[in-house]
Design a binder for this molecule. Structure first.
Ligand SMILES: NC(=O)c1ccc[n+]([C@@H]2O[C@H](COP(=O)([O-])OP(=O)(O)OC[C@H]3O[C@@H](n4cnc5c(N)ncnc54)[C@H](OP(=O)(O)O)[C@@H]3O)[C@@H](O)[C@H]2O)c1
Length: 227
């Protein structure tokens, strides 16, 4: 069955790869990211019913307008994927600037909450749909120099499991650790070692079928894309 999928952070990395794979399999993708150039490229490549919008998930007002526009023109999503995130500039916590720390919290936690705030009521109204919030290995473990990012992903785990207890039957909220994949974010975290990890191309072959199989009985269960 064709699914309607909302994804944040579609301009590159895992978000772009999921978008292209979902579309290849015949699903409809409604996505967003901040980079206008990348969003324009997606618009040129994939026309209606797909839809790509340039916005910052950290802005509640922008997410609200986006959700209102989409929900006026499409049914509530079958799959809502909170993928957009940023990592802090690597440094011990006491050297992470207030601005950098806030950016991580605003995008990774508040951005996810903004998307949930404006899409989930329509899903609850029909008691259907799966919410997947991208977590990390660093949402379940820690490393030095990524304290802000760890804090945000541990928050995603807690937020998602609490949300799971609030949703009606027929729906699910799942914190998902994607694994370790060679994206721009991994270049920031691991430097030249990043190339030794799973390619985006290999990851998406496993991740997309895994995402498409998620079901209401998975509600509240922390999951990991198999390596
Ligand atoms: N790669 C890994 O190994 C790994 C491991 C564990 C968890 N993860 C998680 O997997 C997800 C994807 O990571 P990735 O490696 O693909 O990262 P990435 O390559 O850095 O891509 C991040 C995406 O999020 C978008 N984004 C960032 N801030 C945004 C904002 N404020 N509003 C809208 N979009 C925003 C970016 O687009 P713009 O800059 O154009 O906005 C980009 O499309 C993240 O949640 C990450 O924490 C990744």
């Amino acid at each position: 069955m064709t699914k309607l999928i909302v994804i944040t952070g579609v301009s590159r990395g895992l978000g772009l790869a999921m978008t292209e794979k979902f579309i290849e399999l015949g699903h409809t993708v409604l996505g967003c990211a901040r980079s206008l150039e990348a969003v324009d490229k997606l618009r040129q490549k994939y026309s209606f019913p797909h839809n790509f919008t340039c916005l910052d998930v950290a802005s509640d007002a922008q997410v609200k307008a986006w959700a209102q526009k989409l929900l006026a023109n499409y049914s509530p999503p079958d799959l809502l994927i909170n993928n957009a995130a940023v990592v802090n500039n690597l440094a011990p916590l006491w050297e992470v600037s207030s601005e950098d720390f806030s950016q991580v919290i605003d995008v990774n936690i508040k951005g996810t909450a903004n998307v949930i705030r404006h899409f989930v009521p329509a899903m609850i109204a029909i008691k259907s749909g799966i919410v997947v919030n991208f977590s990390s290995g660093w949402g379940r473990s820690t490393s030095p120099e990524v304290a802000a990012y760890c804090a945000s992903k541990w928050a995603i785990e807690g937020l998602t499991r609490a949300l799971a207890q609030e949703l009606p039957g027929g729906m699910a909220a799942i914190p998902l650790n994607p694994g370790i994949i060679h994206t721009d974010m991994l270049d920031i975290c691991f430097g030249s070692d990043a190339v030794n990890y799973t390619s985006i191309k290999a990851w998406v072959q496993k991740a997309v079928p895994f995402l498409l199989k998620l079901k209401p009985s998975d509600n509240g269960v922390p999951m990991t894309i198999p390596g």
